[in-house]
Design a protein. Sequence first.
Length: 373
Amino acid sequence: MQNIYLDNAATTPIRQEVIDEMVGVMQSEYGNPSSTHGIGRSSKAIIETARKTIANYLHCNAQEIVFISTATEATNWILRSAVKDFGVKRIITSKVEHHATLYSILALQSEFGIQTEYLTVDADGALDYERLVSLLSAEVKTIVSLMHVNNETGLINDINRIGAMCHQAKALFHCDTVQSIGKTELDLQQLPIDFVVASAHKFHGPKGIGFAFVRKNLVLQPMIFGGEQEKGWRAGTEAVHQIAGMAKALALSYDHLAEERNYISDLKAYCLKQLQSAFSEVKVNGKDTFYNILNILLPFSPEKTAMILFNLDMKGIAVSRGSACQSGSIKPSHVLAQMLPDEDLKKPSLRISFSHYNTKEEINYFVETLKNI
């Protein structure tokens, strides 16, 4: 039985070049980066070279890049610090954000009584920008937390427009770019964004390492206390091999971006065409979505919803109903709940997410398997 992986929004296979890079570092660069001797300085040099590499591709200052374990960690840290250290009294977000954002905000509401405003989305998943303008007109110290690309539907928010609104209103802007970093160009020198978060495993790098962009002159308080690593913001000996692997993965992603984006875009279009040919009533959840994510509503009976992933998995096909962070839940997707009527919400929706490793032959097998279900 072949294994077909169509869940790249959950995580991506590590590129072989990244594995080779990490193995090389683990074999030869074992020094503690905080040590002052030559072996330690060599490890430190790898970290700082990685920081410069990432900053170069994102057009920002290397000192604005902070290494963290996951984007979830960074989001928790940034939102909490905004409330505790910057005097933020209100958070504006949407109900289709990742749970790392939504649950962080709920914790801040409980602990600090922070005011929270949720933007709605329409049936296509588009954000209510007019309400954002209205909310920002109030003179309240605010941070806006809105993602770039939705991890379930692939809906794209206009982060340049959002950032401009925020800065005009003197509000901070935190953006979850987990699904877009490494998959589209981002110029952080030009984009009016204060905080960006990313995880390496979303762009063919290792798990357990990511980074945050914190715009210069914004001084956060430490998330972990101890040593002076990461400007004292995140104490603890750095995972040198993971940092090196992340930088290598990001560099490869951007160096091959044009060809891989074209290939994946064509593959997504092919998949949709095959699905529409097999199921005339298939619907796409969302409009004008990101090129590697396709979320579909299948014209199957609600009774098949619970078992569809199991049946696909038995055939060696990996897809999902939504975020991997809640894949064990039988509840409907909180994202689709904001977009679909109750009748459609009961029917099976699938998130199919592609990488350059996928093929049309895999798509054909996937569609044939769905037809048999």
